[in-house]
Ligand binder design. Sequence first.
Ligand SMILES: [Zn+2]
Length: 316
Amino acid sequence: MATTSFTKKSLGLETTEPAVTPPPASTTTASFTKKPKLGSAKSKKREIPEGLWTKCPKCSTMVFDKELDENLKVCPRCQYHFAIVARERIHSLVETCTFEEMNAGMTSVDVLQFTGVASYTNKLAEYQKSTGLKDSVITGLCKIGEHRAALGVMDFSFLGGSMGSVVGEKLTRLIEKATEKNLPVVIISTSGGARMYEGMFSLMQMAKTCAALAYHAQAKLPYISVLTHPTTAGVMASYASVGDLIIAEPGAMIGFAGPRVIKDTTQAELPPGFQTAEFLLEHGLIDAIVSRKDMKQRLIDYLTFMTESRKMATTA
Ligand SMILES: [Zn+2]
């Protein structure tokens, strides 16, 4: 272990300034030459402005952003899964032009007239502007492989993927639509939990989404819950943890309360790897760990298996 981290460190820890950091060993060093006359093949890289490198928090390698994008935001050296925004995620999973978004314009109302450091209304406006989203979930009907499915994808970049009335309502409508149309549901979660700005209203979404899923389950339709980093608190305590199949991305932090709170409450040392996808797989909370690049194919395989078994069960 120690040797690995040593070699990896030497790859990118020389400096944290992106523009002067040497690229990883496998990429060309000529890309940093300042004179624009050298070699036409490399001229493209030279035109790229400063700051387009991201340091991998796991292996410290500086990864070229374009390479990271092409690799679905997974570190090509150590497979660390960076956060990915909902639209990119949808693009990576569904068949081209099959995604029909539902309730795209639904936005939160500041029912409690919440004010703290900033008012909730201002926060919403700020995040809507910076992310281009209306709230932290995108829902819609789509095709994944040959399967028609109802897909909900959360986005951590919008207020920490927090679950307020809009997330609850959009997911509930998605699940109800799936029940009505006999479709499987796939929800990709990432969330810090309930949205505190909406107080009790956000907590009510836990019951509402689960009730819709219960009707969906009564119709014997499959629900696959995909947990990505991080999936915690109110979301993990409701729809994210009641999948017929629960799968997670590698290294995802999954849990209800944070480790510090648990440690303080139980006054006990937490085992290594506590609240990671790998730990939870070993302890039976989740069914599989699937890397982002394999996610689409695995979803297709699972949906094929689950819908085929359903057909067999209904015809028997
Ligand atoms: Zn890495």
